[in-house]
Ligand binder design. Sequence first.
Ligand code: G3P
Length: 237
Amino acid sequence: MKFFVDTAEIDQIVELNDLGMVDGVTTNPSLIMKSGRDFIEVTKDISTIVSGPVSAEVVATDAGGMIEQGRRLANLAKNIAVKVPLTWAGLKACKTLTDEGFMVNVTLCFSANQALLAAKAGATFISPFIGRLDDINLDGMDLIEDIRAIYDNYEFDTQILAASIRNVNHILESARIGADVITAPPAVIKKMVDHPLTDKGLDAFLADWARTGQQILWQSSYRSRVSYTPGRIYSKR
Ligand code: G3P
């Protein structure tokens, strides 16, 4: 499964990229607004930090405008994926831009019928929005499941890029279903590591180790600073 980071915040992208956790980045007009930065400049910066696909969204609503904006964005860097909305104009732009050899991410997908159209238009990625379906009391994971089944039936190449991810269960369920990619806010990706039994177990190991009075590195300059203090939490660093 590929991990894309859903943000335009450079520092957060770098932090996760240094951990090998970034296979790509997705942005949208709301994330660009939140970043407070120039869209073209921040997109260029992200595309130099991350080697994988960087999704940059057009804001035109007509096919001609989307195509013109898409070409401009795609020519910023080789790893740009042009994001277009799931409308007929977006599908026309998707067909034209993919025929020209550009990557296209069709976004704002909320039904399997929409996803079927995007695959037929040659989309590189389809972005079904899980969280926004949950917001209206539907189950966003059902959509991921339906798209996976349909794409597998007909061997569509379009990659399912599960989006609008709000919690770690969305990531887990997307992996179970077989989404090709998830795109999530940095905070949600970071939360995947948390488990109270891991913290508890590490504290117990370190407390018992402290009681042995032993050192792994005996050189004086590396003398361990860990000495057992009853009740102290050792795992949070
Ligand atoms: O990539 C799409 C994502 O940014 C939308 O997430 O939480 O605004 O539905 P959200």
